[in-house]
Design a protein around this ligand. Structure first.
Ligand SMILES: Nc1nc2c(c(=O)[nH]1)N[C@@H](CN(C=O)c1ccc(C(=O)N[C@@H](CCC(=O)O)C(=O)O)cc1)CN2
Length: 291
């Protein structure tokens, strides 16, 4: 028996089409959501992601602005740009593409974004709101994973979830979201002792460790749902954190790489931009786009 393949590409396309419908409805009320994306430097992967974000923002009917700054831009110039965007009422969402060049203080830059426009959900306020179970902007990648998990499993209540990875962008917020859905959550990482045994207890296994084929098939409980967040460029092309070819024979369901979590990241960015727009205009949160 092979696992059900969770098709993130199709799921994301469906999500974008629902977002486009809700954007049309807002436009009829004279409101056009707008997303500003800032890219500093010429990292090739970041350039691809930013281009893709701009294209999809326009496709769902939103306004899109892209600010591309040279790699040696002084941090003060970037902070000044963010301040301008914070004060522009046409801009509902602001995203600074990561990673930033080494001379910049990532935390200072992120926390200069107005929390209500922080569609990445990375500012301290949004991190704290999520951690305390309050209305927050939720980081896009974990939000996309949660949507796919709920769609596949229904209720997550009581399920044993293991998240491998403790990053601020994926691991920690993913764990918060699973906890919020009443899963029993373990955050593991590359230094966790007995990692394999811990993984084997998981009904839900989220791999976000950033190492190609790190998770082996015999770490997976038969029938478990496996979400692979890894994007690793190798000589064999783009691969995830899970040894997919073997894992697919053990898991009950699994996301592929590419075509799993990645496309959901951008769709959820658009979802967050719509949510930020609704909140800025005193409207209820859009249906089905927030946790
Ligand atoms: N400010 C942010 N920076 C970064 C984030 C983020 O959420 N906010 N996440 C990643 C990069 N990222 C979006 O920015 C991203 C990564 C991957 C994909 C994607 O669709 N991947 C495809 C494969 C594409 C390829 O060939 O490279 C897939 O998995 O199918 C979208 C967005 C780091 N920076």
């Amino acid at each position: 028996m092979t696992a059900h393949i969770i098709d993130g590409k199709a799921f994301a396309a469906n999500l974008r089409s629902r977002i486009a419908t809700q954007v049309s409805a807002l436009k009829e009320r004279g409101i056009t959501p707008g997303l500003a994306v800032v890219l500093v430097g010429e990292d090739p992967a970041s350039q691809v992601y930013v281009r893709s974000k701009g294209k999809m923002t326009v496709e769902v009917g939103m306004n899109s602005w892209q600010h591309k700054l040279p790699a040696d831009t002084p941090e003060a110039d970037l902070l000044a740009l963010i301040d301008t965007l914070n004060n522009d009422p046409a801009v509902n969402g602001i995203l600074v593409q990561l990673p930033l060049p080494g001379h910049m203080d990532e935390s200072a830059v992120i926390n200069s974004i107005a929390p209500e426009k922080d569609v990445d959900g990375f500012t301290l306020l949004n991190v704290g709101l999520l951690a305390t179970g309050q209305k927050a902007m939720v980081p896009c990648t974990p939000l996309g994973c949660l949507m796919m998990l709920r769609d596949h499993l229904g209720s997550l209540s009581g399920k044993r979830a293991v998240v491998i990875g403790r990053s601020n962008i994926v691991g920690k917020p993913m764990a918060q979201l699973l906890l919020r859905d009443s899963a029993t959550v373990t955050i593991a990482h590359s230094r966790t002792t007995d990692l394999e045994a811990i993984c084997r207890e998981a009904d839900i296994l989220v791999a976000a460790v950033g190492r190609a084929h790190f998770v082996k098939a015999d770490w997976i409980k038969p029938g478990a749902t496996v979400i692979d967040v890894g994007i690793n460029r190798t000589d064999d092309g783009l691969v995830g954190d899970v040894d997919y070819a073997e894992a697919v024979k053990v898991a009950g369901a699994i996301t592929p790489v590419p075509g799993g979590v990645g496309p959901m990241t951008i769709a959820c960015l658009l979802a967050n931009t719509l949510t930020a727009t609704a909140r800025a205009n005193g409207l209820p949160d859009p249906e089905g786009l927030t946790p």
